[in-house]
Design a protein around this ligand. Structure first.
Ligand code: ADP
Ligand code: MG
Length: 301
């Protein structure tokens, strides 16, 4: 067999280059400069984030990826204004973030719909909080539910919906107030693999229809490559920016792109950054051979 031609993740098709150029010519929505977060734990101190800097442009889809514990949730909570930074700046449309605000929508991993409210009332909630009248809020909620094909479930309660449907409602609930940016922290990780893939495509559909910039946290490499324009790779302890990768895959993204050479090249780069080979002296996790625990040899061979 001929050896595969080696393609680098840096080789971008012209259509991707053009798209990224257009994206970078749009205004900066979010700018993070030298962001640092320390947690005091007893006498010692954990540096969760160390000098994180990046920016996202209008309508960009940015994924942030990194090993568990590298500070991804801490970062997104600071961007949301739910946590304060120990140092550095977060600017949204050039203004410092000082607390939660309606220009930022959030979707978390867990199902965060209010179980005691109907689907429509869950969607209306944020609008009502912003003093939109009941009739107008109901009208807008119905329009958003129609956008995601769930108008039939408007009077249902969250427990009557599947996991995928709940997250679809959570997404529009975050979008009703027309935020400038949508912050998503591992929103699909509780879903089964098939639903998760459908939700990824669906999120891209919604993103195309709404003028929104997305910052999406995940630890799933395939998910990041499938969704993102650019992927910010964080390393752990303390969380630092390792690299900002531009995904060399054209849009619209299709499931078949996941078997393309560009996808494989990007994944290889991410794997090298996230799972670097063990350094001398460092122990690699071992998987010992499993001893035979049955006499019925013929059934296990
Ligand atoms: P990730 O989302 O990437 O898994 P987190 O942001 O949840 O990581 O956590 C990053 C680091 O900060 C971890 O070491 C975690 O134990 C620590 N951490 C997070 N929140 C707190 C807190 N409230 N108090 C002390 N340490 C915290
Ligand atoms: Mg997390």
């Amino acid at each position: 067999m001929d050896s595969e031609p080696t393609l680098s993740y840096l080789d971008q098709p012209q259509a991707v280059k053009d798209r990224l150029d257009r994206m970078k010519s749009r205004e900066v929505i979010l700018q993070v400069q030298g962001l640092t977060k320390k947690f005091a734990t007893g006498k010692s101190e954990i540096v969760a984030l160390d000098q994180i800097s990046f920016k996202t442009h209008r309508r960009e889809f940015l994924c942030i990826i990194g090993p568990s514990g590298c500070g991804k949730s801490t970062l997104v909570r600071i961007l949301a204004g739910l946590e304060t930074a120990s140092g550095g700046k977060v600017l949204l449309d050039g203004h410092p973030v000082r607390g939660p605000g309606r220009e930022r929508g959030m979707v978390f991993q867990g199902y965060t719909l209010f179980p005691w409210l109907t689907v429509r009332k869950n969607v209306m909630f944020g609008l009502r909080m912003n003093n939109v009248g009941r009739a107008e809020a109901a009208k807008q909620a119905n329009e958003w539910l129609a956008l995601i094909g769930l108008q039939k479930f408007a009077d249902a309660y969250p427990h009557q919906l599947s996991g995928g449907m709940k997250q679809r409602v959570a997404i529009i609930r975050a979008l009703v107030n027309r935020p400038r940016i949508l912050l998503m922290d591992e929103p699909f990780s509780a879903l089964d693999a098939q639903t998760r893939e459908r939700m990824q495509s669906y999120l891209l559909e919604i993103w195309k229809k709404v003028d929104i910039t997305i910052v999406f946290i995940t630890h799933d490499l395939d998910e990041a490559i499938f969704l993102a324009d650019r992927i910010l790779v964080l390393s752990a302890h303390p969380g630092r920016v390792d690299e900002l990768i531009e995904v060399p895959i054209v849009r619209p993204r299709l499931p078949t792109h996941c078997t393309s050479p560009e996808f494989a090249a990007t994944k290889a780069r991410l794997e090298a950054l996230i799972h670097p080979p063990a350094k001398p002296g460092e122990e690699e996790e071992t998987y010992p051979a499993v001893p035979l625990l049955t006499d019925a040899r013929d059934e296990v061979d």
